[in-house]
Design a protein around this ligand. Structure first.
Ligand code: FE2
Length: 410
């Protein structure tokens, strides 16, 4: 058969994006639009204690909502089960995810599993789960991010930890994309410097990996549109989003960490994170995320910090396959690449990322997270198993290549 390459790209995000300081106050209006009078708010204790739940629910009638605030970082399947039990008790006609990626992920999955029934693991891909497709939309959902961030407010994915098996699995379905993303930079003002730094570096990596990932037409055409992968490659649209995201994050992250109340910096970060999320959830990711997901599962390392410490060596490894793109990234991060050779310009991107991470307090290599030389082999093996991420990496990457990247990142 003659090879036929893909000639089409698709793009999806939340049905409605409402952005700006004050957007959270429109939650009541959104809930009225959906004619809902029983709302389940899914959040975590930190957000609740910081007063952010009160702030975000001010526009809701007190009798109309119930708060479930038991979400933990890197939530386990038990957390998802408890949220589902709460939904069974409340029978909500609207669900709100308020917090970082964890709370938003739990909200999105509760929305579809409450609507369609079954267990959480039924919807996870085999061999861990039952591989059941989400058959249709869930309970209408709005997500309000309090970090900048994971991009979960527009994404179709939720990540579930199985700590006893040292595994992280996911549910991916277009029906998990929230109906409304209410992105209010004001909700991120109380986020402490550490999480501001790590979530911001995660957002930067989403934009960078989406910008260099393989192009949509560098794969075979699908038999049917339903066979097109969720990560369908970079396109002119994801490129624009990624470029603007890199610029905004480069402009905003140091100031947002240094002074949380710098609203202009927070606005840059929220916008950058939103755009990076919209870019990568359509285009795809690469080796940085494969290594960080594996390290998160095996060593329980925090996602954003692991990402920040791995990204520079992935850039150096990938440079030969995307010199021009990395040179542009260096420029977007404020480096002057005029007069530099291709590899010097790509190196400038790696150095710019390292400098940014160090300036916001993230340095010391993966060894600072407790990963040592003896762990490299197993971590490379586990990273190599994440082919759905590696398939988008601009340079073909083998298990031995992953070992090298991890070793140089220690
Ligand atoms: Fe990430």
């Amino acid at each position: 058969m003659v090879y036929e390459s893909e000639s089409v790209w698709e793009f999806e995000m939340a049905k409605n994006v409402t952005f700006g300081v004050g957007a959270a106050a429109e939650l009541g209006g959104v809930v009225r639009e959906f004619d809902a009078d029983s709302v389940l708010v899914v959040t975590d204790p930190g957000v609740s204690e910081a007063g952010v739940v009160d702030e975000a629910t001010e526009s809701l009638a007190p009798d109309d909502y119930t708060v479930f605030d038991e979400v933990e970082p890197e939530p386990s399947v038990e957390v998802f089960d408890r949220a589902l039990e709460e939904a069974a008790a409340v029978d909500p006609d609207f669900i709100v995810g308020l917090g970082g990626g964890s709370s938003m992920d739990v909200a999105k999955t509760t929305s579809v599993v409450h609507e369609h029934g079954g267990d959480i693991l039924d919807y996870v891909a085999p061999p861990t789960g039952g591989g059941r497709d989400v058959p249709g939309p869930g309970v209408p959902t709005a997500c309000l991010p309090t970090t900048a961030g994971t991009g979960s407010e527009t994404s179709p994915v939720s990540v579930i930890s199985l700590p006893e098996e040292d595994l992280k699995v996911g549910i991916s379905s277009r029906h998990q994309r929230p109906d409304v993303a209410l992105v209010d930079p004001g909700l991120t003002v109380s986020l402490p410097p550490g999480p501001t730094a790590s979530s911001g570096m995660d957002a930067l990596s989403h934009a960078i990996e989406a910008y260099v990932t393989r192009r949509y037409d560098a794969k075979p055409a699908p038999q049917d549109r339903t066979d097109r992968p969720d990560y369908n490659g970079r396109s002119v649209l994801t490129d624009q989003l990624a470029r603007t995201a890199i610029e905004h994050i480069g402009d905003g992250l140091r100031d947002a960490v240094n002074n949380g109340e710098d609203v202009e910096a927070r606005r840059n970060m929220s916008l950058g994170s939103l755009m990076a999320g919209a870019a990568f959830t359509n285009a795809g990711l690469g080796a940085t995320h494969a290594i960080a997901m594996a390290a998160g599962a095996v060593h329980h390392t925090p996602h954003g910090v692991t990402i920040a410490l791995t990204l520079p060596e992935v850039i150096r490894f990938n440079a030969t396959s995307a010199f021009d793109r990395y040179a542009e990234i260096a420029e977007l991060l404020g480096e002057d690449t005029s007069g530099l050779s291709d590899d010097e310009a790509a190196e400038a991107a790696a150095v710019a990322v390292e400098k940014l991470a160090a300036d916001v307090g993230i340095e010391g290599g993966l060894s600072s997270l407790g990963i040592g030389p003896d762990d490299v082999d197993h971590l490379a093996e586990r990273s190599n198993a994440l082919q759905r991420l590696l398939v988008g990496n601009p340079r073909r990457v083998t298990r031995e290549d992953l070992e090298g990247i991890i070793e140089r990142s220690l």
